[in-house]
Design a protein. Structure first.
Lengths: 117, 112
């Protein structure tokens, strides 16, 4: 069973650029959530995709957007990068969505470290 | 979102038990109590979760107070590999779509 993978591992961008981060969910999992973790802080929820549709969103501006594909892999896109976007971006997959998710563990990838200069 | 309160840090010696407390006085009846841990330079790792009854798995035990306003994660024999940040999270599912709201967590230091 393959775990959650993310690419790239590290990325350096400049302010104003756009970035796409990728996540492959664990086999059989149909729900992917994205989190942002600033240095020294706990992860903050960005949004979640369930069966290719956005299923919930945290307190992040519209320049943070995403996609989920039929194979349940996912992308996180960030436009007009700002210095404060520098962080570790984590994705997590789960086998069930909706109300059952409260009772279900989520499996995290190793993250993508984004640095904005 | 219901909040949790954890000590900022705790220390333990190797091979001794560790009890990590968590207070969640505003927990609702449908909130699950989840614990995750994050080792340095890694993504968070699921540890255990429960609703009302105590739970055991290969990693740890979760003791839940009868009124559910607090819980304790128990590592029976700490190893150096257990040094991590431990997060106690209430997960409601349903309209909160199971998003995990992480706090600051407890930094566990394990001494050889």
């Amino acid at each position: 069973e393959t775990g959650v993978t993310q690419s790239p591992t590290h990325l350096i961008k400049t302010r104003g650029q756009q970035v796409t981060l990728r996540c492959s969910s664990q086999s059989g999992h149909n729900t992917v959530s994205w989190y942002q973790q600033a240095l020294g802080q706990g992860p903050q929820f960005i949004f979640q995709y369930y069966r290719e549709e956005e299923n919930g969103r945290g307190n992040f501006p519209p320049r943070f957007s995403g996609l989920q594909f039929p194979n349940y892999s996912s992308e996180l896109n960030v436009n007009a990068l700002e210095l404060d976007d520098s962080a570790l971006y984590l994705c997590a997959s789960s086998g069930r969505g909706g109300w059952e998710l409260g009772a279900n563990e989520q499996f995290f990838g190793p993250g993508t470290r984004l640095t904005v200069l | 979102d219901a909040k949790t309160t954890q000590p900022n840090s705790m220390e333990s010696n190797e091979e001794e038990p560790v009890h990590l407390p968590c207070n969640h006085s505003t927990i609702s009846g449908t909130d699950y109590i989840h614990w995750y841990r994050q080792l340095p330079s890694q993504g968070p790792e699921y540890v255990i979760h429960g609703l009302t009854s105590n739970v055991n798995n290969r990693m740890a035990s979760l003791a839940i107070a009868e009124d559910r306003k607090s819980s304790t994660l128990i590592l029976h024999r700490a190893t150096l590999r257990d040094a991590a940040v431990y997060y106690c999270i209430l997960n409601a599912g349903g309209t909160s779509y199971g998003k995990l709201t992480f706090g600051q967590g407890t930094i566990l230091t394990v001494h050889p």
